[in-house]
Design a protein around this ligand. Structure first.
Ligand code: APR
Length: 276
């Protein structure tokens, strides 16, 4: 089961042009000659050489990818992809969007790249619904990562609070789906945690912390204390999963390795942070 799980996936809010990764993904158009949104930001940050190299690529079809150097970007490469234009969802848009993520990861892996950052492809000018795109992006990334070990970190870079929370929720959804604990606890979403047997909540907290240990290859020595604190704090099942997803991001951002103890004050900060 842990093998199915992503090695590392991180949701951040910010500007993809500043990401210190091996490759950033550009949400381009079929000409690959620049545009607005993230395409414009990447071309501005990379410099004019990027467009000169793109001219030689002969364009790119929706769902496919092409790679160039990153020039003045912190990232060594730019993987250009063209997302689907949203036309109501009955024209293969979901699969085309998934193909953008899948082909970008396959290309990165084939070039021996380890870390890659994605914007929320197609969710701007191309009008793809953000929540739907978030689920497609997270599922596709995790499916790809569970099949290969080479990519060590995928950063989903969100522009704005709403995108960040939708992508974070898509990751949280994965935690709560991970072992189908919903049916075992028989509590309706949003029902007060007190409606559960204590074991159900504690069991879910322990399992989700174990998932974090597997993802990051670490051992959390004060796991039982974390379980107690999170069970005391969580109001519902969904609230519990948001806490563990935020803890997962904290572990990734801190670059925790080996044996570690999560300080009480850090856990308090994480839990109060998502309650805002
Ligand atoms: N960093 C990260 N994300 C960004 C940035 C940035 N600097 N700038 C914009 N975004 C976000 C947007 O908020 C949106 O969520 O990227 C997402 C994709 O939006 P667009 O850039 O509009 O891309 P897309 O919807 O795929 O449309 C592509 O727009 O810019 C043109 O040439 C491009 O024709 C193509 C079309």
């Amino acid at each position: 089961m842990p093998g199915r799980f992503s090695r590392r996936i991180l949701v951040v809010e910010g500007d993809i042009t500043t990401q210190p990764v091996d490759a950033i993904v550009n949400a381009a158009n079929e000409t690959l000659l620049g545009g607005g949104g993230v395409d414009g930001a990447i071309h501005r940050a990379a410099g004019p050489e990027l467009k000169e190299e793109c001219r030689m690529l002969g364009g790119c079809r929706a769902g496919e990818v092409k790679i160039t150097r990153g020039y003045h970007l912190p990232a060594q490469y730019v993987i250009h992809t063209v997302g689907p234009v949203w036309r109501g969802g009955q024209h293969g848009e979901d699969e085309l969007l998934a193909s953008c993520y899948r082909q970008a990861l396959d290309l990165a892996r084939s070039r021996g790249l380890k870390t890659i950052a994605f914007p929320a492809i197609s969710t701007g000018a191309y009008g793809f619904p953000l929540a739907r795109a978030a689920v497609i992006a997270v599922r596709t990334v995790l499916e790809c990562l569970s099949r290969s070990q080479e990519i060590t970190r995928v950063v989903l870079v969100c522009h704005g609070d709403r995108a960040f929370h939708l992508f974070q929720d898509a990751v949280t959804e994965l935690f709560s789906e991970y072992d189908g604990r919903e049916d075992r606890n028989n509590a309706a979403p949003g029902e007060p945690a007190s409606a559960w047997q204590e074991g159900g909540l504690g069991e879910q907290a322990r399992a989700e912390i174990q998932i974090i240990e597997v993802i990051h290859g670490i051992r959390i020595v004060n796991k039982e204390r974390l379980v107690d604190e999170i069970v005391r704090h969580a109001r519902t099942r969904q609230h519990m999963s948001r806490i563990t997803a935020a803890l997962n991001s904290w572990v990734a951002i801190k670059g925790i390795v080996g044996e570690t103890e999560i300080p009480d004050d850090e856990l308090d900060r994480i839990m109060t942070g998502i309650d805002k």
